[in-house]
Design a protein around this ligand. Structure first.
Ligand code: ATP
Length: 241
């Protein structure tokens, strides 16, 4: 069998003496959308950040395309085309939409710049309309689109998304999830998605994992997890349907 694009093996991550990840195994294959769900503080963001090398895993390994990146500096990991849209979006508020996209383009990709901006504007027409506005003046949903668009400017092989629907109205969340599905379908983009909006995220996913207290407690296809009674009662009942 082909090796997974990303393989996280028995990773432990600490903040000082606090163990945030207690030996986590997850993987993402080429062309997959993989979703990680879990309650607040379960360690989802920590896993995403550990993949990017900040903080680094204390033990275990992160392997990308067969290469051990556990101890690689974050900027070198980014050069391998792992792009992240972090929790809270972290766009540059004083820069325009267009300038934010420029910031996402890596130096190696300059010749694709115009083409990539066009692709992102086609995916998120709102960004095209607002291209001359400052990032800080955008709505939450538009900022999320910009954060994803900026990550896409790096032409990622793997896109890491941390809670893209956080704080957004259901209709806007839906647009974001539709765009992710479209990217995966049309470009074969591999996506590792962290979400508290379990229903929407699992529906989108080929496979998913459930994290509790820094450990993966369940895994399966998106459909299996959606149908699982434990998942339903802990993460879906009373949620978005
Ligand atoms: P959320 O959805 O709230 O972001 P999460 O599942 O992403 O939750 P993490 O943010 O990864 O969870 O947090 C995992 C654990 O690590 C929590 O107990 C949290 O309090 C702790 N933690 C996170 N960041 C730090 C930090 N910088 N210093 C110390 N502890 C931290």
């Amino acid at each position: 069998m082909a090796q997974p694009l990303l393989k996280v093996n028995n990773v432990e991550t600490y903040y000082g003496n606090i163990r945030a990840l207690g030996g986590v195994d997850v993987e993402c294959n080429e062309g997959e959308i993989v979703t990680l769900i879990g309650a607040n503080g379960a360690g989802k963001s920590t896993l995403m950040m550990t993949i990017c090398g900040m903080p680094q895993a204390r033990s275990g390994s992160v392997v990308f395309q067969g290469r051990d990146i556990t101890r690689m500096p974050t900027h070198e990991i980014a050069r391998l085309r792992i792009a992240q849209s972090p929790e809270g979006r972290r766009i540059f508020p004083r820069m325009t939409v267009y300038e934010n996209l420029q910031m996402g383009a890596s130096l190696d990709n300059q010749k694709y710049f115009a083409e990539d901006v066009k692709r992102i504007f086609a995916l998120f027409p709102r960004l095209q309309e607002r291209q001359a506005q400052r990032g800080g003046a955008l709505s939450g949903g538009e900022q999320q689109m910009l954060s994803i668009g900026r990550a896409l400017m790096a032409r990622p092989k793997l896109l890491l998304l941390d809670e893209p629907s956080l704080g957004l109205a259901p209709l806007i969340s839906k647009q974001i999830f539709t765009a992710i599905a479209q990217l995966n379908k049309t470009e074969g983009l591999s996506v590792f998605l962290v979400e508290q909006n379990a229903f929407a995220a699992l529906r989108l996913a080929h496979r998913g994992y459930v994290m509790v207290n820094g450990l993966v407690t369940m895994k399966g296809t998106g459909q299996e997890l959606l149908a699982n009674p434990e998942v339903r009662s802990a993460y879906l009942e009373g949620g978005h349907h």
